[in-house]
Design a protein around this ligand. Structure first.
Ligand code: PMP
Length: 398
């Protein structure tokens, strides 16, 4: 008998499965709104000019590819810290933040989860309902039980504020609470300033451990604006975790560029924490890859390239925003039987459109428009060429 005869087929990843179905579709006017990537007006994943410049310089330098330190490139880690906490952060000046390069935002979450499992072996992890689908699987694979806290309110297309606070209060003390720092995936619905303050107070009271996930910095209102929650928590005196990613903001998806930051209470503590995070990394993949982080560090640390990147990021942000406005406008103009104005208020790449699984299925079968069955659509995949067809189809299925 084969060693593998009892191995069961794992369920297909819902989003990757959607991509496979999309690729197999032969209709010329098919559109994939199920993806989690930014497409430009031409429907392509952009290669940012700032990235291309940094890559050119790197290739010309014929840089050798030795191993990086376990924690990654120092210039990269420091640049990440400034982007998250602000260049004038007191925490950074005090040496209280540990930052290690990670294999994307996903790798940062996993490294943080593995470290937390050693620190709080009996803790519960709480994620928003709904959340990025990998959050649950990641923390479960690190050995934690994972619960949901109420977050999205379908009736208002907003946040269920009372439910959120109630659920955070009801968690066992010292639970790990994963929060989307900006541009919530999949809903596009973010907390407001007062909500963050209220959440912070509950976390403090219950001694929960905040784990802020920031995968879309710069896609909401701006680089500093989107780091608001990170900076509020930094001022709070709490210890917390931040997983960050440049997949979207640098359009470097496949290069796997992210970071894990841990805020500690002193420089001395930071040294001990770093030593343990390094152990987690060493036993998982030894040390991180060179290319993406080198490119990001050269862009962030060069005034010219950084200005170019900020401009390009601003272009991506405003293109998404204008697609939101155009979508709302066209749906109204085409006589859609529902008010879609909430789409314009959502932030980041996604919109919980309110479409049902059945409506999503009709979009696919009748119109070749692919969306996630929950109704999540990627607004960054809309453009002036496909928008009219998409809004017309939506108007017909609702
Ligand atoms: N967190 C959230 C909320 C995400 O949406 C994503 C990616 N879609 C990630 C983390 C992971 O980012 P990366 O692709 O850099 O691993």
């Amino acid at each position: 008998m084969s060693l593998f005869s009892a191995v069961e087929m794992a369920p297909r990843d819902p989003i990757l499965g959607l991509n496979e179905a999309f690729n197999a579709d032969t209709r010329a006017d098919k559109v994939n709104l199920g993806v989690g990537v930014y497409y430009n007006e031409q429907g392509r994943i952009p290669l940012l000019r700032a990235v291309a410049e940094a890559e050119r310089a790197r290739i010309e330098a014929h840089a050798p590819r030795g191993y990086l330190p376990i924690e990654g490139i120092a210039a990269y880690d420091q640049a990440v810290q400034k982007l998250l906490f602000g260049a004038n952060s007191e925490l950074l000046a005090q040496g209280r933040v540990v930052t290690t390069q990670a294999v994307g935002g996903t790798g940062a979450l996993k490294t943080g989860a593995d470290f937390l499992k050693r620190l709080l072996p009996n803790a519960v992890v709480a994620i928003s309902d709904p959340s990025w689908e990998n959050h649950r699987a990641l923390f479960e694979s690190a050995g934690f039980p994972v619960q949901n806290y109420r977050y999205y309110d379908a009736a208002t297309n907003g946040v269920n504020r009372a439910g959120l606070l109630e659920d955070l209060k009801a968690l066992p003390a010292r639970s790990i609470v994963v929060l989307h720092a900006c541009c919530h995936n999949p809903t596009g619905v973010d907390l407001e300033l007062d909500d963050w303050k209220a959440v912070l107070e509950v976390l403090r009271e219950r001694e929960h451990v905040p784990f802020l996930d920031i995968a879309y910095q710069g896609f909401g209102a701006g680089i500093d604006e989107d780091a608001f929650a990170v900076r509020l928590f930094a001022e709070s005196g709490l210890q917390f975790f931040v997983s960050s990613s440049f997949s979207k903001s640098f359009s470097l998806y496949g290069e796997r560029v992210g970071a894990l930051s841990v805020v500690t209470s002193s420089k001395e503590e930071a040294g001990r924490v770093l030593s343990q995070v390094k152990r987690v990394i060493r036993t998982n993949y030894s040390n991180p890859p060179t290319h993406g982080a080198t490119v990001v560090a050269s862009v962030l640390n060069s005034p010219e390239l950084r200005a170019m990147w900020e401009e390009e990021l601003g272009e991506m942000r405003s293109r998404i925003h204008s697609m939101r406005l155009a979508m709302v406008e066209q749906l109204a103009a085409q006589g859609a039987k529902r008010d879609f104005s909430f789409v314009a208020r959502q932030r980041g790449m996604f919109s919980y459109s309110g479409l049902t699984a059945e409506q999503v299925e009709r979009l696919r079968s009748e119109f070749g428009i692919y969306a996630v069955s929950t109704g999540r659509i990627c607004v960054a995949a809309l453009n002036n060429s496909n928008l009219e067809g998409i809004t017309r189809a939506i108007t017909q299925v609702i």
